[in-house]
Write a protein that binds this ligand. Structure first.
Ligand SMILES: CC(C)(COP(=O)(O)OP(=O)(O)OC[C@H]1O[C@@H](n2cnc3c(N)ncnc32)[C@H](O)[C@@H]1OP(=O)(O)O)[C@@H](O)C(=O)NCCC(=O)NCCS
Length: 174
């Protein structure tokens, strides 16, 4: 598995069917969140979610920050494999959550796509350009921490939030 097998795409109107199925797969699996999607799980209307994603890509009025949300699409068959979002900057409020949040659809986990997707997003981060990216994860989320570490993230901080131990993995670009 290599990052050449995936491409990052912005969600669009014509992806509605695929994205609804992506969301349904999470619910069927018992995941009530659809990680990295900017709250797809909490929107009943695709149109409203898409408007939200497109708005925050320019500027999120609540945070004052630009946030880009991508699906990673498998180039060979067009299947949506994962979703990843990146804040273009951090505020005090966003600091603990880090720049990037990600998920891979349940049926495609443990195949190397999590690493490939994060690598592609880190390339995007360099283009923004960001000099440093922080990925936050729960300490007991071994899959997420391993993904960050395997992409070159360095454990920089451990802290408690709402009774949960969280970690920050840092990527420095020179
Ligand atoms: C975290 C997540 C994106 C990883 O995606 P993935 O495609 O399964 O990951 P990969 O196959 O690329 O594997 C990445 C690393 O995680 C490890 N890993 C993956 N799933 C694992 C699991 N269930 N338990 C332990 N390690 C796991 C792999 O062995 C690999 O480690 P290595 O590079 O040291 O060998 C995926 O598990 C997911 O969507 N989880 C739910 C959402 C989530 O937790 N998001 C992160 C919030 S911060």
């Amino acid at each position: 598995m290599s990052k050449q097998e995936l491409e990052l795409v912005f969600p669009s109107r014509d992806m509605e069917k695929q994205i609804i199925l992506y969301k349904k797969e999470h619910f069927d699996y018992g995941d009530m969140q659809v990680h990295g999607t900017g709250g797809l799980a909490f929107f009943d209307s695709y149109e409203e979610w898409l408007n939200h994603i497109n708005t925050i890509r320019n500027l999120n009025p609540k945070t004052g920050v630009q946030t880009s949300t991508f699906f990673s699409k498998r180039i060979s068959d067009g299947k949506l494999i994962g979703c990843i979002k990146i804040h273009h900057s951090l505020t005090d409020e966003l600091k603990n959550g880090g720049h990037i949040a990600y998920g891979i659809r349940p049926s495609e986990r443990k195949k190397g796509y999590g690493i490939a997707q994060l690598e592609l997003c880190l390339e995007f981060a360099k283009q923004i350009p960001l000099k440093q990216v922080v990925v936050a994860c729960d300490k007991d989320n071994i899959a997420s921490a391993s993904t960050a570490k395997s992409c070159g993230g360095v454990l920089a901080n451990e802290f408690e939030e709402d009774g949960v131990i969280k970690q920050h993995y840092v990527f420095n670009f020179m």
